[in-house]
Design a protein around this ligand. Structure first.
Ligand SMILES: [Zn+2]
Length: 152
């Protein structure tokens, strides 16, 4: 026959009561007050163990940030002047050709700027060459191409 020790909540008297009286209303023989007999030992031993989380920091919240830096590159497209330049130079195809070559290397064209000289000496030399070649050829202006590339 199973018994457990019930404690009166009013006078703290101990009683041995049958197991089936667990959780039932009892009358204390000492103070004549009513209390609910509870088998505390039984309850404690049958309490579910607290689940201890094995992983306190969920790794799904860990994010990696990849920082990409951009590289720039300046390229010049030279165009010929004079009669030969006027007849043979096609600025559009010259620029396109340059961009195509650099695209294969991973560079993207961001900006195209006309590149002329504002230096009087250069202009004089250009003119002298033009005169010496009887107006056939001189070095001319061109374009500046700004390229950009993403680098890991
Ligand atoms: Zn009592």
């Amino acid at each position: 026959m199973n018994e457990f020790t019930a404690v009166c909540i009013h006078c703290k008297s101990n009683f041995n009561v049958p197991a089936e009286n667990n959780g039932k209303l009892m009358k204390c023989t000492e103070c004549n007050k009513k209390f609910i007999a509870r088998n505390l030992q039984y309850k404690e031993s049958n309490m579910p163990q607290k689940q201890i989380p094995t992983q306190t920091v969920p790794n799904r919240y860990v994010a990696t940030v990849q920082i990409k830096t951009k590289q720039n590159r300046m390229e010049r497209v030279f165009l010929s002047g004079g009669l030969i330049g006027a007849l043979t130079t096609n600025p559009k195809s010259a620029i396109e050709g340059k961009i195509k070559i650099l695209n294969t290397q991973g560079w993207n064209c961001r900006q195209i700027l006309p590149h002329g000289t504002h230096n009087l000496f250069i202009t004089i030399v250009q003119t002298i060459i033009l005169v010496c070649t009887l107006g056939l050829w001189t070095f001319g202006g061109g374009y500046l191409l700004l390229f950009e590339k993403e680098v890991n």
